[in-house]
Design a protein around this ligand. Structure first.
Ligand SMILES: [Zn+2]
Length: 126
């Protein structure tokens, strides 16, 4: 098995990812401790050495989640792929500093999906 390498993504790279409309479809939406819903600090890690067919593997994700908890004290990470790269995305609360943040689809993404859905319904009615 290849060794797994994890790097802390630089702020420049984080800004680039967050400017990507596809990456930004899934964002931190709420602190599970205090309910804060915005202004989260992001920390993103890129993971090397995991085979692509293992990205969604439960054992792999559990192992990596344990690593982030132990190493960086991050309670919740969200595994993402972008441009074939494998990332762990995390956020911390600006109010209570918790890292137990819930991620969800952004409003922009939901609006686009609803617009598509409505268009399809429109087609069906014709
Ligand atoms: Zn909080």
């Amino acid at each position: 098995m290849k060794p797994i390498t994890i790097i802390d993504v630089s702020q420049v790279e984080i800004d680039r990812l967050l400017a990507d409309p596809i990456y930004n479809q899934f964002i931190p939406t709420g602190c599970s401790r205090c309910g804060q819903s915005k202004d989260f600090r992001r920390r993103i890690f890129q993971i090397f050495g995991v085979r692509k067919n293992k990205y969604a593997d439960e054992d792999t994700q559990n192992m990596l989640s344990h690593y982030f908890l132990r190493q960086d004290n991050i309670e919740h990470v969200f595994f993402r792929t972008n441009s074939k790269n494998f990332y762990a995305d995390s956020a911390s609360c600006p109010i209570c500093h918790s890292t137990a943040i819930v991620f969800g689809f952004s409003d922009d993404f939901m609006n686009v999906m609803m617009a598509k859905y409505n268009t399809q319904i429109g087609h069906l009615k014709k």
